[in-house]
Design a protein around this ligand. Structure first.
Ligand SMILES: [Zn+2]
Length: 115
């Protein structure tokens, strides 16, 4: 049986994801300020409950202006020399995430040379 503290943390996690979904809806509707406030609220909640940020709040939020990054709507996504380049279309902030294609040396997952 989960303790009250565990339940509270789970509710906070679910609520942060709900806030993110609402932020995406607001951004799609063009209300970017409201979207940013919802994202801010979600991040504040996670911090207060000392929770690890779930994927969307880690990767799909602009580090500069706090807007939700929706591919093709508020963010441009391009592949460049082993990196995913995500540009925020609202403020122009750029983030780069390295990746390796499957089968390439150093790719994630089981590797042939280690077998
Ligand atoms: Zn931005």
């Amino acid at each position: 049986m989960a303790s009250l503290a565990e339940l509270a943390r789970d509710i906070a996690l679910q609520r942060s994801l709900l806030l993110y979904r609402l932020a995406v809806e607001a951004a799609r509707g063009g209300d970017y300020d409201h979207a940013r406030r919802l994202v801010e609220h979600a991040l504040e909640l996670l911090k207060r409950m000392r929770l690890r940020k779930p994927y969307p709040l880690r990767r799909l939020v602009c580090r500069n202006c706090g807007a939700p990054l929706i591919h093709g709507v508020t963010a441009r996504v391009r592949l460049r020399e082993g990196r995913v380049v995500v540009t925020c279309l609202l403020c122009g902030y750029i983030r780069r995430f390295p990746f390796r294609a499957p089968g390439e040396r150093g790719a994630a997952g089981p590797r042939a040379e280690e077998a």
